[in-house]
Ligand binder design. Structure first.
Ligand SMILES: Nc1ncnc2c1ncn2[C@@H]1O[C@H](COP(=O)(O)OP(=O)(O)OP(=O)(O)O)[C@@H](O)[C@H]1O
Ligand SMILES: [Mg+2]
Length: 227
């Protein structure tokens, strides 16, 4: 199985806090990876470091074998737009734009003409169960619908990797299950890999693999290990 994204020896410190204490992680083609662990254990830092949002103090991040952690800011932000998709706890949709334009936005930012971008965006509405909601503004959508629009937006530019940080953190259990099922299946169908941070073991169970993070390490601290 080929490795899409990898982090080796990742270290990130904030003052006296070690958020990442030497993390090795590989994400394979079509792999879905759940990152779990207590609050403050370094999950978001790990996701942001793999996604080129935070620069590690030490270690390397490789996308299809090429280092990305040492790219300049402009190259890095272009790479994030083209190769990565993001879903956050609150979808971070633009409130004044209709749902279909929110989904089309990443394509327009890449220079696709508006009409073509919106047409491509609309194709996501049926598979994500959003038929008829194309022209609603985010404020007119339920939390679960808004997250499905955010999933469509993350997938619209056909990224290599989708990153999701607590994508169901603001939803009830039943809606969370629907959203995670759609997130994992739609991502898999595009051929992208998924890296998802969650507190919820039921949500993590939808992924192919689960990584436990404790104190900035994968697999945890020896004090947590049951021998
Ligand atoms: N910008 C920052 N400045 C200072 N410290 C930070 C910063 N970001 C994270 N930290 C610290 O690094 C550690 C890891 O934080 P991180 O956000 O990765 O945890 P997390 O596992 O995502 O937690 P949560 O489940 O609460 O979201 C924590 O101790 C946190 O306080
Ligand atoms: Mg976090």
């Amino acid at each position: 199985m080929s490795t899409v994204l990898a982090g080796y020896g990742l270290v990130k410190k904030y003052g006296f806090t070690t958020a990442l204490a030497g993390v090795d992680v590989e994400v394979h083609e079509r792999d879905s990876l759940a990152i779990m662990g207590p609050s403050g254990s370094g999950k978001s830092t790990m996701l942001h470091t793999l996604a080129g949002i935070i620069r590690p103090d030490d270690g390397q991040v490789l996308l299809r074998g090429e280092r990305i952690d040492n790219l300049g800011e402009n190259k890095l932000s272009a790479l994030r737009r083209k190769r990565f998709g993001f879903v956050f706890q609150f979808g971070q949709l633009l409130p004044e734009l209709p749902a279909e334009e929110n989904v089309a936005l990443p394509l327009m930012l890449e220079g696709m003409p508006r009409g073509e971008a919106v047409a491509r965006a609309r194709r996501w509405f049926t598979p994500l169960g959003l038929d008829g909601l194309e022209l609603r503004r985010p404020g007119q959508l339920s939390g679960g619908q808004a997250q499905r629009v955010a999933i469509a937006r993350a997938l619209a530019a056909e990224p290599d990797v989708v990153f999701a940080d607590e994508p169901t953190g603001a939803l009830d259990q039943r809606t969370s299950t629907e959203v995670v099922q759609l997130l994992t299946s739609a991502t898999r169908e595009t051929g992208a890999a998924l890296v998802m941070v969650t507190h919820d073991a039921d949500m993590a169970a939808h992924c192919d693999r689960i990584l436990q993070v404790r104190d900035g390490r994968i697999g945890g601290h020896s004090q947590y290990t049951v021998v």
